[in-house]
Write a protein that binds this ligand. Structure first.
Ligand code: BTN
Length: 262
């Protein structure tokens, strides 16, 4: 089934019924000098998640990677990942699923999963399950991004039984399949809008904060230089999580974040 969708965004779409990994394909295109391409697949046979993890990507999901060559300093590159999380959250909400972002870039169903709504109202107790993940890869000089590939994997129309523990799908949460073309178009258009210019990028952190599930929560982050535990209070340029710990305020730039029960 080919996906042909009208797109109001400055990307050409390369669609595959089946591909190893849309990120890999986008990197290949980057090597050929291409720019502004969205690689979209119905199924991936060798997709990758963050931290070298495997990512399950059967037919029924929205699997895509956007290749751009933004004229921005490399230090601002993390904003593109956060922009993709915002765009994915907005597409999920348009599809009728209340989604929020877990730092840095997991898109979850709203709620904390304990049915009581520590931070978010969570009447079903299914909140906190993962709907989508993002994997960004880039190459560049210290002062300028060369190419940037932002890969987004969305569990759209999938049976949660077939997904890893802690994951869910849009179709399971809303009780009906989503229109994947419309979802992909909304996501890409919103991403294009949020990353259109340096001024537009200034709006990414405020938009991220508004959709965050992590802020105000107790968290445990496994960062490169050890475990940081405390209350997440903010996200700061270019995407660091600010955590109040017993030893004072810390900023973490990358790592695995776990929301703790309050
Ligand atoms: C994560 O670990 O949460 C990130 C998952 C990213 C998966 C997507 S699916 C489209 C793109 N192609 C890949 O091989 N990975 C990303």
């Amino acid at each position: 089934a080919g996906i042909a969708f009208g797109l109001d965004a400055p990307y050409s779409v390369e669609y595959h019924d089946r591909v190893g990994s849309t990120n890999e394909r986008a990197r290949e295109l980057a090597g050929e000098g291409a720019a502004d391409v969205a690689v979209v697949a119905d199924e991936q046979t060798g997709s990758r998640g963050r931290l070298d993890r495997e990512w399950v990507a059967p037919s029924g999901g929205v699997w895509l990677s956007v290749l751009t060559r933004p004229d921005v300093p490399t230090a601002r590159a993390p904003l593109f990942t956060l922009a993709a999380a915002v765009a994915t959250t907005d597409a999920a909400r348009q599809a009728g699923v209340d989604a929020r972002i877990k730092w840095p870039n997991d898109v979850l169903v709203a709620g904390d999963g304990n049915g009581e709504g520590g931070g978010d109202p969570d009447p079903t107790g299914r909140g906190g399950r993962k709907l989508a993940g993002i994997l960004t890869e880039m190459e560049g000089e210290a002062d300028r991004v060369g190419w940037l590939v932002v890969g987004v994997g969305v569990n759209a129309n999938l049976d949660p039984e077939t997904l890893p523990a802690g994951a869910t799908s849009l179709s399971a949460e809303r009780g009906a399949p989503v229109d994947r073309r419309r979802f992909a178009a909304t996501l890409l258009e919103r991403y294009a809008e949020l990353t259109a210019s340096p001024e537009a990028l200034d709006g990414v952190l405020p938009a991220w904060r508004e959709r965050a599930s992590t802020l105000g929560r107790r968290v445990r982050v496994e960062a490169a230089d050890g475990v940081v535990e405390g209350t997440a209070v903010d996200v700061a340029e270019p995407g660091a999580l600010v955590i109040d710990t017993d030893e004072g305020r810390r900023r973490v730039h990358a790592g695995d974040c776990e929301h703790l029960r309050d």
